[in-house]
Structure formats: C-alpha cells, structure tokens
Design a binder for this molecule. Structure first.
Ligand code: TRP
Ligand code: SF4
Length: 416
C-alpha cells in the first residue's frame, strides 16, 4: 500500500508520540511504500509569528525520527516545504473546495476553541479566579458526569475543557452572548466574564487564527496526501475530519476533471496508551512528558514524581495497580513476569511505590538506551542525516511532479 503521513514540527517528541504515532509508522515501513514528512508549512498556520524556532524544531524532528528507527532506506522521509508541488496542488484544490466545507470542519472548530479556551483559562487564572477549584453548579455537573462517564476530580482539566466547550457553542457556532451567560452560570462574576469576552471579541486572540491559511489547513493536507495517491493515512482520531475532507476533495476533483485520485482510507492509531506523569494526557504544555531525548537521570526524576494509587498513602497500605499510572507504564515497558509480580505484591503491600518506581525507571531507560545511542550517532553526523532528508525531498518531488502533470493535463491547464 501507499502510505502518507506527516507531523508538525512543534518541538521535541515524547513517549506519547512514540506509542501514539511513531511506533505505527515503524511497523508500516516494513511492507509498504511510505512517505513520511515534516509538515513545516502546517506548523505556520498558527505559529506564523514565531518562526525563529522553526529550523531548530525541524532538526530536532529529524533526530527524533531517525533515532527511533524510521529508516530512510525503507521510506521516503522529507520536508513538506521543499516539495513545492504540494502548494500548487493545494492552490488548485482551493478553487474547487466550497468554503462551507472548511468552516464546518470540526477540527477547525476545535483549534479555534483551543485558542479561545487557552486564553480564557490564562485570563481567569491570571485574575486568580478559582474556576479550577470551584465546583460548577450542580446541574451542569451531573450532566457532564453522565455524558463523559468519568470522575471529574481525576481529570479536571479535561472536564473544564468540556464545560467551556459547551459554554462556547450553540448549534450555529461560537456564540459570545451564550458564552457569557454560561460562564456566569459557572459561578464567575459578571464583571470578569464581560472583560474576558470583550478581549475575545476585540483582541488579537481570534484574529490570530482568522487567517486564510488556518482555514485552508485541510486543503493543504489533502494535497499532501493526494499528491502521492495514498491508499491509506495513519492518523489519530482528531485528524479524521481532515481525511474525510480529503476524500471529498478527491471525489469532487474526479467528478470535475476525470478520475485522478484514489480515496484514501485511514489507519487509526489507538488513543494514547500513555498518560503524562501527572495522569493527564501527555503534552508539552502540561509539563508532564517524558521525552525521547531525556537522559537517564531525568527519566528517573520524572518517574519518581509520578502519581500512584491515590489511596495508597502509607507504605503499609495495600495498593491497587489498576488505578496507578506507574503500573500502566510497567505494562508497556517491563517484562511480563515482573509486571505480574508487581500486580500481586502491590495488592498486599509487598512492594513499596518507591521500589516500584525505581524498577520502572530502569525499564524505561532500558527502552530508551538504544534510542539514545542512535541519537548520538545522528547528532554527531547531523549534516549527513539532513542530506538524507534532502534526498527524500528529491524522491518525493519526482513522485509529486508525476501526479501534477496528470492533474494539469486533466484540468486542461496551459502547457508549453
Ligand atoms: N495535520 C496533521 C497533524 O497535525 C499533520 C499533517 C499534515 C498530516 N499533513 C498531513 C497528517 C498529511 C497526515 C497526512 O497531526
Ligand atoms: Fe503503583 Fe507500584 Fe505503588 Fe502499586 S506499588 S501503587 S503499582 S507505584
């Protein structure tokens, strides 16, 4: 099969990326023709103001990818912006893509929401508004618990996001008036809510992403995928709407100009199996990630900070591995016998959490050791490995140009 996937270069990668995405790619590289690229243009859609770290982040991504075993002999590894045909195809696609397809795209709404959410959260926290601690009014509370089936205290941020999400939207989209009412229902004072909303309406927050590039993000992504005539695209669940749109664009193009593109399937990467050390989703912004580039000391420190079974307070308390983050890691990193042993001993207080964590740190370090070695090798010879990506760009360009010739022909565009 032909496989295409990309990743935005937003900084060093962590174990969550590894188990969520990279491991999948590494499996796929064995029996498929894979095109994996660093989506640096896509990184610009919301970070166009902060380009000074872009080159460094791309380099970092090259190092991360190669150190975990993505093999340039088996795959075409490249950098999106160096294959200009992506932008040509995106431009042509933009001619046939109805605006409403983009505006209704849930990912667009999501991203917009994230920015607004981040803003409000920072705003309220900056004002010392205790929205995080104050339980919201009961009705919303219960409805949410029902809807998510989760216990609110454990995942407060997720919970809060959900609340905000509901406060944000009515059926037609963002609704500032409704937002104001809903935020006040959460127990926030009118004055502060009004100030926050006024900032949202008039400030830079919305404008930051009210760009053409941001809106047309999925059009570029469709071009990324279709230009290599991908059969399948490994992605996380959050990307499904983008792929749906890719198929719609392919269909529309084929209808208008004759069969040119396949309609690629998705290969869904499982929900992140790894939580951050605090039990929330692993993410740079939560400061709870273990990075592929962490040294053994850093790993040990982070593991020692991990949350365990909250009911096990004293060493003599019996623990429950089923609710312990440390244990969920053990299942991924530690050999079966030891895992079974911990499972038994923890329940009768036969093993202490510190000892258990030391074992885990060892397991993670053992896993990371070969990655670290490879990393050193790549870093030492970075110019050579950057060249590998340059070669990848050439190979990708040849493929992309083939498709573009067909596209221009089918569209009956000018040709000398
Ligand atoms: N949008 C993807 C993400 O944020 C990155 C991406 C860009 C991509 N182009 C792609 C993924 C093409 C798959 C295929 O993760
Ligand atoms: Fe978790 Fe290990 Fe402590 Fe049990 S012993 S609660 S599995 S850290």
């Amino acid at each position: 099969m032909r496989i295409v996937s990309g990743m935005r270069p937003t900084g060093k990668l962590h174990l969550g990326h590894y188990f969520g995405v990279l491991k999948n790619w590494i499996d796929l590289q064995e029996n498929n023709r894979c095109f994996f690229f660093i989506a640096d243009w896509h990184a610009l859609t919301n970070k166009y103001k902060e380009t000074e770290s872009l080159k460094e982040n791309i380099k970092e991504m090259i190092i991360d990818w190669l150190s975990v075993g993505l093999d340039p002999e088996k795959n075409v590894l490249f950098i999106q912006s160096q294959v200009k045909q992506h932008s040509e195809l995106a431009l042509l696609f933009s001619m046939i893509t109805p605006k409403s397809w983009l505006e209704l795209n849930p990912s667009y709404k999501d991203l917009k929401f994230n920015l607004y959410y981040q803003y409000l959260r920072d705003f309220f926290l900056g004002k010392n508004v205790k929205v995080l601690q104050t339980p919201p009014i009961k009705k919303v509370d219960e409805a949410l618990e029902e809807a998510t089936g989760k216990q609110k205290n454990k995942i407060y941020d997720e919970y809060l996001r959900e609340l905000f999400f509901r406060a944000f939207y009515n059926k037609r989209g963002i609704d500032f008036k409704g937002l104001k009412e809903n935020l006040m229902k959460l127990g926030l004072s009118k004055k502060i809510v009004e100030e926050a909303i006024k900032n949202l309406e008039t400030g830079d927050i919305g404008k930051d992403i009210d760009t053409l590039g941001f809106l047309s993000y999925p059009v570029l992504q469709a071009a990324d995928i279709l230009i290599y005539k991908a059969d399948a695209v490994p992605i996380g669940e959050d990307q499904l709407p983008h792929l749906e749109l890719t198929r719609e664009i392919a269909r529309r193009f084929n209808n208008l100009y004759g069969k040119t593109f396949p309609e690629p399937k998705h290969i869904l990467t499982e929900e992140a199996k790894l939580l951050g050390i605090d039990g929330r989703k692993m993410s740079k912004s939560y400061n709870n990630a273990i990075y592929l580039s962490d040294n053994s000391k850093e790993v040990e420190q982070k593991v020692l900070m991990m949350k365990t079974d909250p009911n096990r307070i004293k060493r003599t308390d019996k623990g429950n591995p089923d609710v312990c983050i440390v244990f969920s890691y053990h299942k991924l990193f530690t050999d079966k016998n030891t895992v079974e042993n911990i499972n038994v001993e923890c329940r009768k207080a036969g093993i202490g959490c510190v000892e258990c964590k030391k074992l885990l740190a060892d397991s993670i370090n053992k896993f990371l050791e070969p990655i670290r070695e490879k990393r050193e090798e790549v870093k030492k010879d970075i110019e050579k490995y950057i060249n590998v990506f340059k070669e990848g760009c050439k190979t990708a360009s040849i493929e992309a140009e083939k498709t573009m010739e067909e596209v221009r022909d089918n569209m009956k565009l000018w040709k000398f």
